[in-house]
Design a protein around this ligand. Structure first.
Ligand SMILES: [Ca+2]
Ligand SMILES: [Ca+2]
Ligand SMILES: [Zn+2]
Length: 428
C-alpha cells in the first residue's frame, strides 16, 4: 500500500514536474514544425536586436557630431571646432561647395612640394618648394583661384629647402608670405635646421605675423589644441582640415623629414591625406596615434622615396589615388636609378592598392662619361599640375599636361619593373 501510494505519489510527482525541458521535448515530439518555427523566430529576434544595437550606436555618433558642430567657435573669421580624441571627424553632408587639391609644378628640375587647396571659399597652401624662384610659378597659379589675395591657411611641413624656399624673399622676388595676406600659419614643431633658407623662412614668417597680422601655431599646438590653436578647422559646410598628431611633434629625431606636419581633409564621406616627407618611423607613429580612415587621396610620402609610403600606413589608408610631387627620374639625391623618385620600392608597395598614380614633373638625365655619373640636364611636365576634385561625393583627377597613369608612361616602361598587381586588372 505504502509502496503503491509511494509509487503513485512518485508518478504524480513526476507528471506534475513539467520542467521547460520536458515541455519542449514533448512539444518537439508532438509538433516538430512548431519547434523549428520558434527557433527561427528566436534567431530573427536576436538578429533584429543586434542591428538595432549598432544603429543606436550610429545615432549616438550622429548626435555627438551635432553637439560638436553646435560648439563651433568663430575666431577672427577662422571657423574651428574640436576634433576630440583620435578619430578624425566625418561630415554628414557634402555641402554645396567643392574641395580641390592642386599638386603644383615648381618651374625647375628640383624635386619639391607645393600643394594648393581650395575648400569652398577658403584658400590653403601646403609648402612652397622647391627653390626660391618657385614662388613665381606658385603665386601665379594660386592667383587663378585665390581671388581675394588672402590665403586663409598656410602650412609649412618641415624645414627643408624643397618645402619652404618659396616662402622666403630675395631682392629679385617676393616669396609667398609677401605675395599674399596669410591669416593662419601652421608649421613644424621641431627642427634641427640651421640653414640660410631656414633662417630666411623664419624671418619671412615672423614678418607676416608682426606686419600682416597672421596667427602662427605649430603642429603640436594644433594637435594638442593649446594657445588658441585648433586640431580641426571647419573650412565650409561638410569640409574640415585636421592636424594629425605624430610623436615627432614633441620628440627629437635626426631625420628632419620626420618632423613633417600631417594633415587630413574630410569632405562628406571622403578623406584626403598629406604627410609631407614623413618617413617610416613617423608613419608608424601616425598609424599608432590616430584612427586613420581609408582615403581617396594620398600625397605620396617623401616624393615617392623608398623610405616612406610604408605598408604599415598604406594597409590602413588603402589609397584610391596617389599623387607624387617630384622631378621624375632626376638624380638630385641618388645615382641608384632604382631609387630615383618615384622609387621601385614605392611602386611595389602602392601597386596592390591602386594603379591611379600620377607624377607632376619629368626630369631628363644624361650620363657624363668624364665624371662617370648621371646628371640632371632638363625637365618638362609629366602629368603636370595634378588636380583632384571632390564634388558632391564624386572624386575626379585632371592634369594640366595629360592624364596618363604612371604605369602607362614611357618613363615607367623604360625605368621600372611593372609589379604583378599592375600587370592584371586594376584593384577595386
Ligand atoms: Ca581667400
Ligand atoms: Ca603677406
Ligand atoms: Zn621634400
Amino acid at each position: 500500500m505504502a509502496t503503491k501510494k509511494s509509487g503513485t505519489q512518485r508518478t504524480t510527482s513526476k507528471s506534475n514536474k513539467r520542467t521547460p525541458e520536458r515541455v519542449a521535448a514533448e512539444a518537439a515530439r508532438r509538433h516538430p514544425k512548431a519547434v523549428v518555427a520558434i527557433v527561427v523566430i528566436l534567431v530573427v529576434l536576436i538578429a533584429v536586436g543586434a542591428v538595432l544595437y549598432f544603429k543606436v550606436d550610429k545615432v549616438h555618433n550622429a548626435v555627438d557630431n551635432l553637439i560638436h558642430r553646435a560648439t563651433v567657435t568663430t575666431d577672427g573669421g577662422d571657423k574651428a571646432t574640436s576634433g576630440g580624441g583620435n578619430t578624425p571627424p566625418q561630415a554628414t553632408t557634402y555641402g554645396d561647395k567643392d574641395l580641390s587639391f592642386h599638386f603644383l609644378e615648381l618651374g625647375n628640375n628640383y624635386t619639391g612640394d607645393s600643394t594648393y587647396i581650395k575648400a569652398g571659399d577658403v584658400d590653403i597652401l601646403i609648402d612652397a618648394g622647391s627653390r626660391q624662384d618657385s614662388a613665381d610659378d606658385i603665386g601665379d597659379y594660386v592667383r587663378n583661384y585665390c581671388t581675394d589675395g588672402t590665403l586663409e591657411f598656410v602650412i609649412a611641413t618641415h624645414a627643408h629647402q624643397d618645402h619652404i624656399a618659396g616662402f622666403t624673399n630675395t631682392k629679385a622676388r617676393d616669396g609667398i608670405f609677401k605675395q599674399f595676406k596669410c591669416e593662419t600659419i601652421i608649421d613644424f614643431a621641431g627642427t634641427n635646421a640651421t640653414s640660410a633658407v631656414y633662417n630666411n623662412y623664419i624671418s619671412a614668417r615672423d614678418d607676416e605675423v608682426e606686419k600682416d597680422g597672421a596667427k602662427h601655431y605649430t603642429a603640436l599646438q594644433c594637435a594638442k589644441e593649446t594657445d588658441g590653436a585648433q586640431k580641426t578647422y571647419v573650412l565650409g559646410e561638410g569640409i574640415t582640415m585636421t592636424i594629425l598628431y605624430q610623436r615627432y611633434y614633441e620628440e627629437k629625431t635626426s631625420d628632419e623629414n620626420n618632423y613633417s606636419v600631417c594633415v587630413l581633409f574630410n569632405h562628406g564621406a571622403n578623406y584626403y591625406l598629406l604627410t609631407g616627407d614623413l618617413e617610416a618611423e613617423g608613419e608608424a607613429s601616425l598609424v599608432e596615434n590616430n584612427d586613420l580612415p581609408e582615403v581617396q587621396l594620398f600625397k605620396a610620402g617623401h616624393h615617392g622615396s623608398y623610405t616612406a609610403s610604408t605598408d604599415a600606413l598604406l594597409s590602413v589608408i588603402k589609397p584610391k589615388i596617389v599623387c607624387v610631387c617630384c622631378c621624375c627620374g632626376a638624380v638630385e639625391y641618388t645615382q641608384n636609378l632604382n631609387n630615383t623618385f618615384p622609387s621601385q620600392a614605392f611602386v611595389n608597395r602602392v601597386a596592390p592598392y591602386t594603379d591611379k598614380v600620377y607624377v607632376t614633373t619629368l626630369g631628363t638625365i644624361t650620363y657624363n662619361e668624364t665624371k662617370g655619373k648621371y646628371e640632371d640636364t632638363g625637365f618638362g611636365s609629366m602629368n603636370g599640375v595634378i588636380t583632384v576634385l571632390s564634388s558632391n561625393g564624386i572624386v575626379t583627377v585632371s592634369c594640366s599636361n595629360n592624364d596618363t597613369l604612371l604605369k602607362d608612361t614611357d618613363w615607367f616602361k623604360a625605368n621600372r619593373t611593372c609589379p604583378t598587381a599592375w600587370q592584371t586588372a586594376p584593384p577595386g
